[in-house]
Design a protein around this ligand. Structure first.
Ligand code: AOS
Ligand code: ZN
Ligand code: ZN
Ligand code: ZN
Length: 388
């Protein structure tokens, strides 16, 4: 069996990044529901992320979305995060919300639009310099809706050109993560529809370019853990946008729809060395809490990732290898299932006590009165929303 203290140390070291946009109001294209106590600006989103970290102990960074989190002074925003005990994580550029991007951003047939999109991506690298962020998370809404609308191959060339320009601008530890998505908002072709397309561009670019796996961005039935294992094996897994889905890109809480899938993903991560700092795998959430309260939902999500990781760490790797080498199909499968079926909650409660936090973060948050405090403090002023 894996050594308990090794498991606890690995859990303590795992960091799960929350997204600034999950703290704002959100909804579907039918309705955005306004909630109370919503942050009014980027500073307050950071305060909420710090709250999630305070109650979980393992969420010390928050991803920003530019320009939703636009501020005058990003170094000041980073200092604010530091004062709250957290750091700014990935920077997510937005090249999908302006009229100019109707036919795409970096893949647009119009060179002037491509230039505008590229300038925004480069501006986001400047922001990374100011915040000390390691990762630029790139997601492109680019694609086409109708056969013949544009040249699929030429769009790839335009994409490659923009990625190259951004890649060449990176310095120090900075990396570029390229996210893929099967469909939406484009419904005929997406320019980065799958991990293969992202992988090919990342291989062309070089070492600092890696694939970002958003768990909600696949066709139903896709074996995501295979993709994860392959990318990790090829040192091209940059990180995750965790969320869960029943139908499409639902952005529900990670681990809510299919905890077994999350376990299978985390098992490949653990077995493939993806928890080691050197692998650089970023565990980020990309979710929207349309109907549930945001901060408890984010706490729940962080705990769900942590529980799946704990179970994955309990996989008896020696027994697994032994069974695999003997061709013991049922034995190997049983090793995995034993770990999945273990109740890791007592172990995690103990870990939290060792870390000086409450063993039950959700109950502790409820008791804390924090929600009443932000509801009163933020009663006036416009709430930040998804896209603002
Ligand atoms: C969109 O579907 C992607 O998941 C992106 O990561 C996006 O930037 C994020 O959801 C925030 O809108
Ligand atoms: Zn995403
Ligand atoms: Zn998405
Ligand atoms: Zn999603």
């Amino acid at each position: 069996m894996p050594d308990r203290s090794t498991v606890l140390a690995a859990l303590r070291a795992q960091h799960i990044e929350t997204p600034s946009w999950a703290y704002g109001n959100s909804g579907t294209r039918f309705k955005v529901f306004a909630q109370e106590g919503i942050p009014r600006n980027a500073y307050e989103k950071i305060d909420d992320a710090a709250t999630v970290h305070r109650f979980t102990g393992v969420a010390p960074t928050v991803a920003l979305h530019i320009p939703w989190d636009k501020v005058d002074d990003y170094a000041d925003l980073a200092a604010h995060a530091g004062n709250q005990g957290i750091r700014i994580g990935a920077i997510n550029p937005n090249v999908f919300q302006e009229d100019d991007y109707r036919l795409g951003s970096v893949c647009n047939p119009d060179p002037a639009v491509r230039r505008k999109a590229l300038d925004h991506l480069l501006e986001c690298v400047d922001i990374m310099d100011a915040t000390g962020s390691r990762d630029l998370s790139l997601w492109f809404a680019d694609g086409t809706n109708y056969p013949g609308q544009d040249s699929i191959a030429e769009r790839q060339a335009r994409l490659g050109e923009a990625l190259r320009a951004v890649y060449d601008r990176l310095t120090g530890e900075q990396r570029m993560l390229v996210e893929y998505k099967l469909f939406e908002p484009a419904f005929y072709t997406m320019d980065v529809p799958d991990w293969g397309t992202s992988y090919a561009h990342c291989v062309d670019l070089g070492e600092r370019a890696k694939v970002l796996v958003d768990t909600g961005h696949h066709a139903p039935g896709t074996n995501i853990e295979f993709i994860v294992a392959f990318l990790l094996y090829r040192a091209k897994l940059g990180g995750f946008h965790f969320n869960s889905r029943f139908y499409a890109d639902d952005d529900l809480m990670v681990g809510a729809a299919d905890p077994f899938q999350l376990f299978r993903i985390m098992a490949e991560i653990v077995l493939g060395g993806g928890l080691d700092k050197a692998s650089g795998v970023a565990f980020m959430l990309d979710q929207c809490h349309n109907i549930e309260p945001k901060i408890p939902a984010l706490i729940r999500s962080v705990l769900n990732v942590q529980e799946a990781t704990a179970k994955a760490l309990l996989v008896d790797a020696n027994a697994l290898r032994q069974a695999q080498s003997e061709g013991d199909v049922l034995g190997a499968n049983a090793v995995l299932m034993d770990a999945f079926n273990t109740d890791v909650r007592p172990m995690l409660a103990e870990l939290r006590e060792d870390m000086g936090i409450d063993p039950d973060p959700i109950a502790a948050y409820r008791r804390s009165g924090h929600f009443d405090k932000i509801r009163a403090e933020r009663a006036d002023g416009a709430a930040a929303g998804w896209g603002a």
